[in-house]
Ligand binder design. Structure first.
Ligand SMILES: Cc1cc2nc3c(=O)[nH]c(=O)nc-3n(C[C@H](O)[C@H](O)[C@H](O)COP(=O)(O)OP(=O)(O)OC[C@H]3O[C@@H](n4cnc5c(N)ncnc54)[C@H](O)[C@@H]3O)c2cc1C
Length: 389
């Protein structure tokens, strides 16, 4: 049994690491202090993404992507996840649902998104529908051969910089017809209502959108009418894998910084790592990261080996739960090891500590991951989590 990483995967890791260190880390403080980056800097970073060949890693080469395996995507996500301010969001990851587009939609949306000429955002959540997307109220009514969209969407990540949205709406207001629509942001009736501030520093925004009588043709339906929930679930799975990789990277960076600081910092005449209280924290951090990394790599490898989709869904929840909660615990310890310096925004550990908090909320809260895992235990038994064939 050879568990070493393939050389091609290691090449991707090197490439992502170099990109993060050369292009993302140098902008962290500027972003933290100003809350945003100048347009010229963002343009330069986007060009750098293309130069490093990191655009569209989750899509096939035929549609403008890089055709990376899941394991390669995980290694890339781990390296990029080390950056603060969510600078990794500059590297586009066009929604997996776009794979189900018609040829026309692939040409008009997916390919240009992979090539960074266009950018999508995904609009599912509403004021009244969060963990339970089946209760959305946004509707698409057929009038004179066109769909007319009305509704409100919240927390639309990168909605400020995207030029089109993938909107989850119920056709005729019927909850049995959840459907995804490709909606160009410039269309009449599409409006950003508010751009709230959040706990974390994030290179882009999470605005709230309102749709008032927005007309789209039936060529804007992504997948089938009524197929929206299934496509949204696929998006959740991909996003959960990505969160697992990113939070793993965040935890590793914080751990390395805390480990170095524990040697450097002296109190009471010795390095603080000589106090067992500190040493034990470092030991727990090391083991937590090691266990999570094993899980994340294993599930990524299983996906590449073509494991059943339902199994992937269950394990992606386990992965997201474990990685995001592990990162919270590791970051909390890292802050503690840094003492007062761990509370200063100029310290990457302070920023990461704030930033990994959302990973227990978005793309399904920790409670929802447990609901999914619990449901799978009832349906399929323990083996899908504890077995290893
Ligand atoms: C920064 C940020 C960016 C986001 N980006 C996007 C985006 O791009 N697109 C998008 O569509 N959405 C986005 N979201 C929304 C995100 O996915 C939701 O916030 C999340 O799914 C939780 O929904 P909610 O906030 O309505 O909480 P609620 O569903 O109201 O949950 C509140 C609490 O109740 C708990 N709860 C709910 N149901 C159950 C249950 N069955 N069992 C046990 N506990 C339960 C939850 O775990 C939580 O603790 C984003 C959110 C944030 C904060």
């Amino acid at each position: 049994m050879d568990l070493s990483l393939p050389s091609e995967a290691l090449n991707w890791r090197r490439r992502a690491k170099a990109f993060a260190e050369e292009h993302l880390f140098p902008h962290e403080i500027e972003l933290e202090m100003n809350g945003s980056l100048p347009a010229a800097t963002l343009d330069r970073l986007r060009r750098a993404v293309r130069e490093h060949g990191l655009n569209g890693v989750n899509h096939a080469r035929e549609v403008g992507g890089q055709g990376c395996s899941q394991l390669e995507q995980t290694l890339i996500g781990e390296e990029l996840g080390k950056a603060t301010g969510a600078l990794w969001a500059i590297v586009p990851h066009p929604a997996v649902a776009l794979k189900h587009g018609t040829q026309q939609q692939i040409d008009a949306y997916l390919r240009p998104s992979c090539l960074m000429e266009r950018r999508a955002c995904v609009a599912v959540t509403e004021p009244g529908a969060g963990s339970d997307p089946r209760t959305i109220l946004t509707r698409a009514d057929m009038r004179d051969g066109r769909f007319v969209l009305n509704g409100e969407k919240w927390f639309v990540t990168s909605g400020d910089v995207a030029d089109y949205l993938i909107v989850h709406a119920n056709v005729d207001g019927d909850p049995d017809k959840p459907t995804l629509f490709l909606v160009d942001k410039a269309l009449p009736g599409v409006r950003i209502a508010r751009e709230p501030k959040f706990t974390h520093t994030y290179v882009f925004g999470h605005p709230e959108f309102v749709f008032e009588n927005v007309e789209v043709g039936d060529g804007q339906v992504l997948g089938a009418v009524g197929g929206g929930l299934e496509l949204t679930k696929d998006w959740f799975v991909e996003a959960r894998l990505q969160i697992a990789a990113n939070t793993l990277g965040a935890a590793i960076r914080a751990f390395e910084l805390a480990n170095a600081w524990a040697s450097e910092r002296h109190q009471f005449g010795r390095a603080i790592r000589d106090f067992q209280a500190i040493e034990f924290m470092l030991a727990d951090m090391a083991v937590e990261i090691m266990a999570t990394k094993s899980l994340v790599y294993r599930v990524s490898w299983e996906i590449d080996s073509g494991v059943d989709r339902k199994l992937v869904h269950a394990r992606a929840s386990a992965l997201k739960l474990q990685a995001s909660e592990m990162a919270g615990r590791v970051l909390d310890k890292a802050v503690q090891i840094f003492g007062g310096r761990g509370y200063m925004r100029e310290n990457a550990v302070e920023r990461l500590n704030r930033e990994v908090r959302v990973d227990r909320i978005w793309e399904g809260t920790s409670e929802i991951q447990r609901v999914i895992i619990g449901g799978q235990l009832r349906k399929r038994g323990t083996d899908i989590f504890t077995g290893w064939d």
